[in-house]
Ligand binder design. Sequence first.
Ligand code: PRP
Ligand code: URA
Length: 208
Amino acid sequence: MSTVRIVAHPVLQEALARLRDKGTKPAEFRRLMGDAGLILGLAALEDLRTAAGKVETPLKTAKVQRIGQPVAFVSVLRAGLGLLPRLSDMVPDAAAGHIGLYRDEETLNPIRYYVRLPKRLPDTKTLLLDPMLATGGSAAEAVRILKTDGAKDITLVCLLATKAGIKRVHREHPDVAIVTAAVDPVLNKVGYIVPGLGDAGDRIFGTL
Ligand code: PRP
Ligand code: URA
């Protein structure tokens, strides 16, 4: 079943407001993107399988719930890296993968330049991280690459989406859940989300 979840948490929406602000400089932009990645990523992991265990507290044995399935965070380079740092600190045993894609400026088609993925993807809950879901071409291609490596349980974590991008991903991959902070109304002629936040990769890495 194709699902889209919009995370309305006020702290996330405050971070998004600051990320949209053209006056936010790269250092602050990176920090806020990391905060957003943590909140969105935890929302995407809410249905993670758990396993019962026991630990000794200083007082007694406590019954506990641990993470019960492997997790991987796969960033679409470059901008997906912005969502990763706080999330990977919070889930330190998660494996990290990287898919390098950039959009051809004329056709807007994704061009692949690098892929390095964790092993055991078939058993793994895989979060695909990319803040911008615009035409959906990059996300659809990244999901295709993950599936070619055997990934079955994939959630796309983005910060901003368009209806066209969601439609494209779900047309090609109806099994992929999408978690986002907002769906913006317009995709302009050059493939930018409007009002959006500009070029996420350039704002994260200060390459404007
Ligand atoms: C951006 C963004 C997505 C893609 C979204 O990457 O991070 O990967 O565009 O657009 P789409 O939905 O139309 O495919 P970009 O190609 O600008 O590369 P970068 O992250 O290296 O700047
Ligand atoms: N990629 C970006 O970084 N921003 C957009 O608005 C669209 C694609």
